[in-house]
Design a protein around this ligand. Structure first.
Ligand code: C5P
Length: 232
């Protein structure tokens, strides 16, 4: 599937605008997209997001705020965040349910792809069991992906370990945005269900989210380039 958006989105998990801009300049230079999540947003707010958009108007931005609330509240959040510019991607939690996802989609601009987060890549089978989810993790993720598709969403955020099962159930046009990606030999940090970039793409991921392996590297631009090269 080719939607002309960057294959890799770099998680700019920085609470500081200058540091975030420096990083965005390096990674957008080599063709990566920008992912702005909670860490950035809670420190710098919608104004910070707009600053990044204004400085990098041609770089697609993924707003990773994982909305999860009642339908009316989520719809209103989607309306607000898309009122001043059009992100390439935006996401909600699939666990918010069918009506919440439909309400979010109804407020989403046509050009913004809306994704549903399934089960966080920082959770493993044991952690899922502790929460009280009793079924097999893979089955639960596939069920959430099907629900998101029924709600009219464009794809899901999932771990690399569920790519093949979701692809089989949801078809070729469904976007699979995959975090928990680690180049060979790098620290997995707090992630649990990880994979190297090329393997995730070969299995059917459409996009990868990569943060710390790039952002904590001594040379983020070079690391980003090396990861891109490793995909060929
Ligand atoms: O540094 P690292 O590559 O682990 O960053 C992963 C990024 O992807 C973080 O910003 C995290 O919030 C986000 N993410 C994730 N798992 C999900 C959804 C988003 O790790 N299921």
């Amino acid at each position: 599937m080719n939607n002309n958006l960057p294959v890799i989105f770099c998680a700019i998990d920085k609470p500081d605008l200058i540091a975030a801009k420096t990083l965005c300049a390096e990674i957008s230079d080599v063709g990566l997209g920008i992912k702005l999540g909670m860490e950035f947003f809670n420190a710098l707010g919608p104004q910070g997001v707009l600053e990044i958009h204004k400085e990098f108007p041609n770089t697609p931005i993924f707003i990773d705020l994982k909305y999860h609330d009642i339908p009316n509240t989520v719809a209103s959040a989607v309306r607000s965040i898309t009122s001043e510019f059009t992100p390439a991607f935006l996401n909600v939690h699939a666990a918010g349910g069918l009506d919440m996802m439909k309400a979010a989609k109804a407020e989403c601009p046509q050009e913004t792809k809306l994704l549903a987060v399934t089960i966080l890549t920082s959770l493993d089978e044991q952690a899922i069991d502790n929460i009280g989810y009793k079924e097999n993790l893979n089955e639960r993720v596939v069920q959430m992906a099907k629900l998101a598709q029924n709600a009219g969403l464009d794809g899901v955020v999932c771990s690399s370990h569920e790519i093949e099962s979701i692809r089989k159930e949801c078809g070729d046009d469904f976007i699979l945005m995959v975090p928990g990606i680690r180049p060979a030999g790098s620290d997995i940090n707090d992630q649990k269900r990880t994979m190297v970039p090329k393997e995730a793409i070969d299995k059917g991921a459409t996009h990868l989210v990569i943060g710390r392996p790039i952002t904590q590297s001594n040379n983020p631009k070079q690391t980003a380039e090396e990861i891109l090269k490793s995909l060929n």
